[in-house]
Write a protein that binds this ligand. Structure first.
Ligand code: FES
Length: 162
């Protein structure tokens, strides 16, 4: 005498922990959907984030203290954060200091100081800026970089909105 087994009953059966395969698949698929939504949604949120809110955030920050930055050797550059934005601190060969918001005024790439050419340059579309004034001197940038004031202290260096 043979015994027949209903396949649906086997699918719904629980393992030792009481979790059915169907429940496990539901949780796994739900988790993957959430991960996918996060991976797609976060960049979209960042893209749509209000530029007004960003500018208000930047406007609220008046100065940044950079500990030990006064020790930056002559002819060197240092990147730092001014609020949420990248910024550049340059210690020129003659001992002068310059600091700028490092967000290119064209389409927002981060600019870098090139000591060999003594220029601030944007790798995205070839924009160039004067490293002492921040003035846009070549390429597509429509306006100068925002220049910050620099004050050298005994134990730090303070960069502030001019
Ligand atoms: S983003 Fe800098 S030149 Fe276009």
């Amino acid at each position: 005498m043979s015994e027949s087994v209903n396949p649906e009953i086997q699918i719904e059966s629980s393992d030792d922990d009481g979790v059915s395969r169907r429940q496990f698949v539901k949780v796994a698929v739900g988790g993957m959907c959430l991960a996918y939504l996060g991976a797609v949604g976060y960049p979209i949120y960042r893209y749509l984030e209000s530029p007004v809110e960003k500018s208000e955030t930047l406007a609220a920050i008046k100065n940044v203290d950079l500990n030990d930055a006064q020790k930056l050797p002559v002819g060197s550059v240092m990147m730092f954060k001014f609020g949420p934005y990248p910024a550049l601190l340059i210690h020129h060969d003659n001992g002068d200091w310059s600091a700028f918001n490092a967000v290119c005024t064209h389409l927002g790439c981060t600019v870098q100081y090139h000591k060999d050419q003594d220029k601030i340059m944007c790798a995205c579309h070839g924009g160039q800026y004067d490293p002492r004034t921040g003035q846009n001197i070549a390429g597509p940038p429509p306006k100068p970089l925002e220049k910050f004031a620099v004050k050298v202290n005994a134990a730090s260096l303070t960069v502030s909105r001019a």
